[in-house]
Design a protein around this ligand. Structure first.
Ligand code: CTP
Length: 407
């Protein structure tokens, strides 16, 4: 966990919050801003966290501190978050270690603001907070009461225990929700060979599938990850089966269906077409201009839904990438795909203008026969936690079979 502390008088309360986290067994790295150290000394944070405290972007050497800390944190808590820090975060300004960490982070972010009432109520701060919330950050409402001087009003840092509880709720939102469940997730993009050096691929990074695997593991599931080409490592807790081509992915998933998993999520971008013929030798330039004949690949999602037949297990979820801005149109397209594939749910995102692919954040609608959940926005991990929450609802308690959904 990263505890960011900004330069406000309420910084002294971050010491109590740090105590609560460490006593509860959390490993905490404190990242104060330079101004926070005007209020609380660096040795206090080091002694109470048991970890060295970095404040400079330039101290980490080869470790690239802001990237390594941002990527490895399971949650980032900023308390107090000043009006200035909130404004910088809104605009992606990376002017110190803490704001750099925030830009590299994929973990949930909880901000506990503290400032004078006028600053909290200023239209600029209101707009900034609204933007951050839309991005999926959890911005707690400040308390009301006496402020630094003789004034009183909204803007006090919420009590450390209140912040602690909000962070725990976020971290354990799905604890045990998928305990005893086996979740199969396909991730990444397939590569369809033309010759030994050339293939047809796509822009999928595998980040959303890996985030889903992490969220399902955090919810207690046993996870099998069927991995196409991915730009990131799979989580250590998942059993990963490589499957670079669509054909191989199809075979792996059909085999896994025999294990009767509870849920299958097709997050992989499977090529819809592949070269009709694969050359065993590199096709040489000297042979002149080639025409590439394509054939359609098996629609794995539709096939495993068909294999399931009339049964209700496993719960099968597909993805859809669409290029329309309208939420209504997105939901309509997802409903069409739900019926066409025979799936139980479709997670649809808007990929216009290269949005989403490779990015760490996303915005999706979760569409099933009961309706549409979302838009769910935020880091891919945040979105994955929300998806896992919905899946646990659809699966129901472990001893009952999932609800049959008729479309
Ligand atoms: N999928 C699959 N096998 C394929 C192609 C896609 O299992 N050969 C799965 C993907 O993993 C995803 C969903 O089907 O879960 C996407 O469906 P698809 O019809 O390919 O949707 P789009 O990519 O949005 O393409 P289009 O709009 O052209 O139908």
């Amino acid at each position: 966990m990263i505890l960011g502390v900004c330069g406000g008088i309420a910084a002294y309360k971050s010491v109590e919050l740090l105590r609560l986290f460490t006593q509860a067994g959390y490993e905490v790295n404190v990242v104060p801003t330079r101004n926070a150290l005007r209020f609380v000394g660096l040795p206090t944070f080091e002694a109470l966290s048991g970890n060295p405290v970095d404040i400079s972007l330039w101290d980490g050497g080869g470790n690239v501190t802001h990237v390594s800390q941002g990527l490895s944190a399971d949650i980032i808590v900023i308390a107090p978050a000043t009006a200035d820090f909130i404004a910088r975060s809104t605009h992606g300004i990376a002017s110190d270690l803490l704001s750099n960490i925030l830009l590299t982070a994929t973990a949930p972010v909880v901000l506990a603001p503290a400032m004078h009432t006028q600053m909290w109520e200023h239209p600029a701060t209101r707009a900034n907070v609204s933007t951050l919330r839309k991005r999926g950050y959890i911005v707690l409402d400040p308390d009301s009461g006496p402020l630094t001087g003789s004034d009183s009003g909204s803007g006090r840092l919420p009590a450390p225990k209140q912040i602690f509880d909000a962070v725990e709720a976020q971290l354990h939102a799905n604890t045990g929700a998928l305990l005893g469940r086996h979740v199969v997730i396909s991730a990444g993009g397939t590569q369809e060979d033309w010759d030994p050096v050339r293939f047809i691929g796509n822009r999928s990074s595998g980040k959303q599938g890996v985030a889903l695997a992490r969220a399902a593991l955090a919810a207690g599931a046993r996870v099998t990850l069927v991995a196409g080409h991915m730009e990131i490592d799979p989580p250590a807790g998942a059993h990963t089966i490589p499957a670079l081509s669509g054909e191989r992915m199809h075979k792996v998933l059909v085999d896994l269906m025999a294990e009767q998993p509870d849920c299958v999520i097709m997050a992989a971008a499977v090529a819809d077409f592949r070269p009709l013929a694969q050359s065993a030798h590199k096709i040489k330039k000297a042979h002149g201009l080639q025409s590439l004949e394509l054939e359609q690949t098996t629609d794995i999602l539709a096939d495993i839904c068909a294999q399931r037949g009339g049964g209700s297990t496993p719960l099968i979820v597909g993805f859809a990438a669409e290029t329309t801005e309208s939420q209504q149109e997105l939901a309509k397209l997802a409903l069409g795909k739900l019926a066409a594939k025979g799936a139980d749910a479709i997670i649809v995102n808007n990929v216009s203008d290269g949005q989403i692919f490779g990015s760490d954040s996303t915005e999706v609608l979760f569409v099933d026969a009961h309706g549409t959940t979302g838009p769910i926005r935020g880091s891919k991990l945040n979105v994955a936690h929300a998806v896992v929450h919905r899946l646990a609802e659809l699966l129901g308690p472990l001893d009952s079979s999932p609800r049959t959904i008729n479309i």
